[in-house]
Design a protein around this ligand. Structure first.
Ligand SMILES: C[S@@+](CC[C@H](N)C(=O)[O-])C[C@H]1O[C@@H](n2cnc3c(N)ncnc32)[C@H](O)[C@@H]1O
Length: 267
């Protein structure tokens, strides 16, 4: 059990969770046997999975630096994952101490770990909420305490939208969040794809028994999430190729993760 605003929330350790599979693939310790089995199956079905999650995480860090260098001082990070050093707020606040960060995840384990990490940080907070109900995130009092929706916000949807089924209308979800943001806000997004492999059905199947399904999407579908935003250079790329700090490692061309950063322009 963990607590959410005084409400007891049960932690399910009988089924693999996306956050814990990801943590396992990153080499973390906050996972259970079911997650390790799922992670090993994923790595067998998609041999680049371990370098892919690291490359995604490195993109996340570069994107945080881009956001802060652009002058944006508020980050809404939905699907934050288990704390993995360095975390978004640590990268951001090292560059500018006044950056405010609202983390959102629907996994009670993520919230429990983040609460422990953030217990004394008043400008950084974690909220238990579901991306499939975006309005509940926008209206959440704790999100509102951290984020002023009248000033530019960097919305992070990094490695989360592929856990949203088409029937939950991911484009509508992103549009709802976009419409709550003022001009000058940024969207930071990454998304798993099968575009660089012959067949990824085995990798998707690993998530059939998990708490969220895996929904790989093509380049066209991922591009559509940026409707109403303008992609900044270099546009939509695979994660190792977005403003890399060094020459991308051999094998980077096979990584099935698109990413981009985009700015919301004035109406
Ligand atoms: C692969 S992790 C990504 C972590 C981090 N954003 C990163 O890229 O390093 C995906 C996270 O999304 C969360 N998640 C999945 N579906 C969600 C939903 N419907 N609402 C909120 N969070 C969700 C999972 O619990 C997990 O923590």
């Amino acid at each position: 059990m963990t607590q959410d605003g005084g409400r007891a929330v049960r932690i399910d350790t009988s089924r693999p969770h996306p956050a814990r599979i990801y943590d396992y693939l990153l080499g973390g310790k906050d996972n259970y046997e079911v997650d390790q089995v799922a992670g090993d199956r994923l790595a067998a079905a998609a041999p680049e999975a371990r370098i892919a999650v690291r490359a995604n995480r490195a993109f996340l860090h570069r994107a945080v630096r881009y956001v802060v260098d652009s002058g944006v001082r508020q980050i809404l990070d939905i699907g934050t994952g288990l704390p993995t050093s360095p975390n978004v707020h640590e990268v951001a606040q090292e560059l500018a101490a006044d950056v405010r960060v609202a983390y959102v995840d629907n996994d009670p384990i993520v919230k429990a770990h983040a609460d422990a990490l953030l217990s004394r940080a008043g400008t950084t907070s974690i909220v238990l909420a579901d991306l499939r109900d975006p309005q509940s995130i926008i209206d959440h009092p704790e999100v509102r305490r951290i984020i002023d929706f009248d000033r530019p916000v960097a919305l992070f949807l990094v490695a989360i939208l592929h856990f949203i089924r088409d029937t939950d209308e991911p484009e509508r979800i992103v549009a709802t969040l976009r419409d709550a943001l003022p001009a000058g806000s940024l969207l930071v997004l990454s998304h798993a794809t099968g575009d660089f492999a012959d067949d990824r059905s085995d990798a998707e199947a690993v998530y059939n028994s998990a708490t969220a399904t895996m929904n790989l999407r093509s380049r066209d579908r991922v591009e559509r999430f940026f409707d109403g935003f303008e992609l900044v250079e270099p546009g939509l790329t695979q994660v190792p190729f977005w403003r890399p700090d060094a020459t991308p490692a051999p094998g980077s061309e096979e990584i099935g993760f698109y990413c981009g950063v985009a700015r919301k322009s004035g109406e």
